[in-house]
Write a protein that binds this ligand. Structure first.
Ligand code: FRU
Length: 424
């Protein structure tokens, strides 16, 4: 049987490894890597819909971009059902927790706009019903292509299967607001191949999603990050010396950690338009450490590649753990080697007293980190919770070499533009 690293051959690069030894350095509640407590009296963006993954409009270099002075975000969105008998419990009360937990199955892409980079106004659905080929419209990235306002929305078409797709449309502004036009033809780009990236047939719990296209600041080519799992039948992976890393005596037992096989995938475009893609071996693997490295994205700073990805406590392997939040890795060149930021990888985790307060963090090049509120305890014991489905307070981090520090907190859903494009 091939080891996980042998699988990817000698060219063009070997994936970097997030090892069990690295993960042993993850510590919840370190104030420099912990998100400030979110208060249970947070405001909600909308009483009609839940929102979660937030995708600011940006250019291919990663800059968050406004158009004609309007900031724009895309969000995964699902209707709230306070009056639907399906979500009324035996006491006649709305079971918001169950409604919230069911949201992934009906996720749709919506957009919002704002003059202030917060206080978002609902624009509506990006694609009309029936345009997207699958039941679920999962996370991705809206890219502003030019001064004509053309936008390529890369996203994941899920159930049946999971396909990375894109749809082109246009952003149009007036004095009063923003609309999205077009977005009528969805183009499938690629799916997991079973050789580098695990397929549904190999593992019904596989992950293949969350495209994040970008232009490499050094070679100028168009690439895309995405979430994957390392190819191979579920249970067939090996957690060997390389995946374990340099652990202290007594930490060699890997338990059932062969079931955790997350990776950060990368593909390169064969054309300028990003219609034709070739998958490459993953940039980073977490075999034996964690099963999900979601929504991978970059910040290019100080000539370095800062790779961020979100992960959960429940997806960690036996014998290692860490908070829900965003993790990061840094390299001097695109294909690595990557080393975990702060030694462990943890950049911004939930405090242990509120382990589900936020998720789906996106680190922007200005050091601001946006996320959504999942649930916040409303009593001391943590048994009563308030469901969010709305924007969390934005956090400021400072990225310095191989370290990061929490340095600021801003308003709910504060996503200021880094540049403004005047449309022609
Ligand atoms: C992160 C995530 C994404 C996925 C979406 C599904 O919160 O799990 O990876 O695209 O949510 O709702």
């Amino acid at each position: 049987m091939k080891s996980n690293t042998e699988k990817f051959g000698k060219t063009p690069h070997q994936p970097s490894l997030w090892t069990r030894a690295d993960a042993l350095k993850v510590h919840a509640d370190d104030p420099t890597t912990t998100q400030p407590l979110v208060s249970a009296d947070f405001p909600v963006l909308s009483n009609e819909v839940f929102i979660w993954d937030t995708m600011p409009l940006r250019d291919l270099d990663g800059n968050v971009t406004s158009v004609d002075g309007w900031s724009v975000i895309f969000t995964l969105t699902a209707d709230r059902h306070p009056n639907d008998p399906q979500y009324i419990d035996e006491n006649g009360n709305y079971d918001i927790t169950r409604d919230w937990n069911d949201r992934h199955g009906r996720a749709k892409m919506y957009y919002w706009f704002s003059r202030t980079g917060k206080d978002w106004e609902l624009g509506g659905r990006v694609m009309a019903e029936g345009v997207s080929p699958t039941a679920r419209e999962w996370a991705g990235t809206p890219i502003l292509l030019n001064e004509q306002g053309e936008v390529d929305l890369y996203y994941t078409a899920v159930t049946p299967g999971a396909t990375i797709v894109k749809v082109r449309g246009r952003v149009v502004t007036t004095e009063h607001g923003v609309s999205m036009v077009g977005f009528e033809k969805v183009k499938p780009l690629f799916e997991a191949d079973g050789k580098m990236y695990q397929t549904e047939a190999q593992n019904p719990f596989w992950g293949f999603r969350d495209p994040w296209p970008f232009r490499d600041p050094n070679d100028g080519k168009l690439y895309m990050l995405f979430e994957g799992n390392v190819a191979g039948e579920r249970g067939s992976h090996t957690v060997g010396e390389a995946e374990i890393g340099d652990v202290p005596p007594g930490y060699e037992d890997v338990g059932n950690s062969r079931f955790q096989t997350a990776c950060v995938g990368i593909a390169v475009a064969r054309d300028e338009d990003g219609d034709d893609w070739e998958m490459l071996p993953p940039l980073l693997t977490a075999v034996g450490v964690n099963d999900q490295t979601e929504r991978p994205h970059f910040v290019f700073q100080d000539g370095k590649y800062y790779l961020f990805t979100i992960s959960h406590t429940f997806t960690y392997a036996d014998g290692v753990t860490g908070p829900d939040g965003v993790y990061g890795f840094v390299a001097d060149s695109l294909f690595g080697p990557y080393v975990p930021l702060n030694g462990s990888g943890l950049v911004l985790g939930n405090p242990s007293s509120q382990p589900f307060q936020t998720y789906s963090h996106c680190v922007m090049p200005n050091g601001l980190v946006t996320s959504f509120i999942d649930s916040v305890p409303t009593d001391e014991s943590g048994t009563q919770i308030r469901i969010g489905g709305t924007e969390a307070p934005t956090v400021g981090i400072k990225i310095k070499g191989q370290q990061t520090f929490v340095v600021a907190e801003y308003d709910y859903g504060y996503i200021p533009p880094m540049l403004d494009v005047t449309l022609k």
